[in-house]
Ligand binder design. Structure first.
Ligand code: ZN
Length: 133
């Protein structure tokens, strides 16, 4: 297991890049809108992990509501697992609660969110990368 990415919710992606890219010196590997999830994202690799910046496309989606309620900050931490079914099964058997089912990105990467009530206040994403990536 390792940290795949740490996601930070921001109001303004350009303003956030002024800090993370220009002031901190990270490079932007990818920036795109994901209309299905209602967000614009930027990925900035950092060693074996990445920082993901998330900007809501609408005020009334989960990221928009997060920002309204809690302001900018860490939205979730993503842990890479080898077998997401096994990870979810183990977690649920131990009394953990999932926030979502296992879903798939177009790339084949599968992911699921653990409810922050189970993980002491932090939204945790589990990630199983598609083979060969
Ligand atoms: Zn994520």
């Amino acid at each position: 297991m390792k940290i795949d990415h740490v996601a930070i919710a921001v109001h303004d992606l350009d303003a956030a890049l002024d800090f993370y890219r220009d002031a901190l010196g990270l490079e932007v590997a990818e920036r795109r809108e994901v209309p299905a999830e209602g967000v614009e994202i930027a990925f900035l690799p950092l060693g074996e992990s990445e920082i993901e910046l998330l900007r809501p496309l609408e005020a009334d989606n989960s990221i928009g509501r997060f920002l309204a309620k809690r302001g900018e900050g860490i939205h979730h931490i993503c842990l890479r697992v080898d077998d997401i079914e096994a990870a979810v099964e183990r977690l649920v058997a131990a009394g953990g609660r999932m926030a979502t089912e296992i879903r798939s990105h177009a790339s084949g990467t599968r992911y699921a969110f653990v409810h922050p009530k189970s993980s002491h206040g932090v939204l945790i994403e589990l990630y199983e990368k598609a083979a060969g990536r």
